[in-house]
Design a protein around this ligand. Sequence first.
Ligand code: K7E
Ligand code: CUA
Length: 770
Amino acid sequence: MNKRAQRLTTLATGVVLGLGAAGAAWSEDTLKDVMDRRGLTEKDLLAAAKTYVPTGGRDEFVVFASGGQSGQVIVYGIPSMRLLKYIGVFTPEPWQGYGFDDESKAVLEQGRTRGKDLVYGDTHHPAMSETDGAYDAKFVFINDKANPRIAVIDLHDFETKQIVVNPFFKSAHGGAFVTPNTEYVMEAAQYAAPLLEDGFVPLEEFNDKYRGGLTYWSFNKEKGRIDPENSFTLELGPYSQDLSDAGKKDSYGWGFTNSFCTERYVGGIERGRPPFEAGCSSKDTDYLHVTNWKKAEELVKAGKVKKEKGMYFIPLEQAIAEGLLYLVPEPKSPHGVDVTPDGKYIIVAGKLDSHVSVYSVEKIMKAIEEGNFEGKDPYGVPIIPMQDALHTQVNLGLGPLHTQFDSKPCVAYTSLYVDSQVAKYDYCEGKVLDKLSIHYNIGHLMTMEGDTINPQGKYLVALNKLSIDRHQPVGPLHPQNHQLIDISGDKMQLIYDMPLPLGEPHYAAAIRAELLQPAVRYKSGWNSRTDEQHPNRTRAGRETTERTCDADGKCTTRVMGTVIRSHITPEIIEAEVGDQVHLHLTNLERAQDQVHGFALYGQNVNLSIEPGKTASFSFVADEEGVFPYYCTEFCSALHLEMQGYLLVRPKGYQATEVSMVEGTLYSQADYDTQVKTNLETQAVIDQVVAYITARNFQDFPTAVALVEDATDQLGFAQESKKKSEDAAAKADWQNAMLWANQWWQYQVKAADLGLRAKNLLDEEGATVNK
Ligand code: K7E
Ligand code: CUA
């Protein structure tokens, strides 16, 4: 047996005997030694033990955090706080090919605003889709505050599928928040602006012409897309609507949106006026907006609502006349509004008030039924008396912002921005239970599934605005800080700091990891952004490059190619200057994580082609030249050889009849040696195949995928074998040797896949067939 085949056999034997995992070397240190050396206390060790996930282990919860100005969503695990993924949402993200392949460019293009391509977003509030008020692990929505947009991420593959642009608003903070069955995604405007006109309206006409608003985006769960056709927007007063939350259980059918700057103050320092901050915080109360989306939906369905700018639009007068909108005074420049898990209370945190105000849904509904109003706002919206709506107020400290809930009944946590603290309290009794200082200014906080009907308790994350001296300094711009807090006991305990180097964190949502079931691969030839079979998919052996020219002499070169370990088909693409080039590459692999990338010199392209995916790239070959391309993921031992050339010829180029001069010449002896290796390799493969097929591998989908890929590779090996034998029959030793080597390459990949399958079966405890 020669060396190459021997190595493979050793590998196979190693796997059979399970030698790979044995004998991990630990240093001689005791725990005490490490504690002394690193200056750790017992409390530190306890915290470490609570967060540490051993190598190969998994976290209990998965977090979807807003990436702030990065326009992305950050995914990480709890309790380890280990990063898992940045999902490109409003911002191109090259590793995922997001914004680089034609399919995802089409998603980003949906987010064009006023005809402009935007390449970032200010993401604030991720919302997980819900069924009956609990997370169903299907979708995540997130808003862009700067450019009023909502994006839809599908948790089947953690990819952004859709971006919708609000046709009315000029900013949108109070989104995304979902209704209990994800019927709608709420998005409230922030800075008042003219809703129906996009042109100039002087600020002097602020009270009359500027407006706020609240959009209920209709979501089609089957399709997994927002349906703008059935969405509607409520016109609101020109107050700065801030956060929202949807009612649930007892408050199902209603939405709650708070606001600040109900003073309707317009600043203008340069006009000699005090700044916005003074004029927008001079009154003691602002307005909580109470909206009846169920009733609004009925009006829309009954054809009683008109469309403006292509979307159902409910003007203030209609909302008032139909009983869709009420106001409740709330103190003072409030920020967060959060509905309790049972839907009975609404907790409002006033930035400039030391209390949280706990409103009773029952009392609000009673006031509405009885017509108990203390008056109307300047636009005629009825105002419910604050005292008649309040359940209680709890004095927590300075700068209350956001609230989340515990699995324990009546227990809530509110962030205190100015005090840099988390307050734990009983909102039923109105009692403070505990306070914990964090580092430093906390914005949102998040408990596990803490905005659903069944919060999971256990952990809380403080999403802090400023980390100041907390981490290794990296210049004037500091990392952001997520701090993990153990809330399982009576006293909160800070157990971990995670610096985040991406953007200001706003909200985040954490879901039990066990609820997530993402895909391992796509159906072969899949457009992952539309979730349909790709019209330009290709199968193995059907790869084509076609050049067509129209009557005006405009030519198109279209490549329908494939990628599989370890080559791109085609390896040579020829086009002519001026051609429109379309490249469509399908990954033929099925094995888990067997991704290939694609980069092409000078064309700003980087594709990520996961198993089954078809990704495309289009460009105009505007200059003649030589453009190497290659796979960007180290996908196999011969990854570096996964390469090719795009040759852009000058116009009218005539190839001369010069045949390729070979770099190396091979003899019959080379061929014979190679064939010997191949036959020995085949013997090893046969062993592995026998091992696998003797077991119930069909019961393990991952193993089945590996076996399918291996079978493909063996099929290709057979084709190469035939070609080498044909060449050998003609004594063409050059081609005989090269095809024999290709035959071996396919065998190696088949063996690698087979060994992975075998390894997996051993780990899973597969049983021998009877
Ligand atoms: Cu940063 Cu919810 Cu946009 Cu508060 S928001 S912190
Ligand atoms: Cu495919 Cu590297």
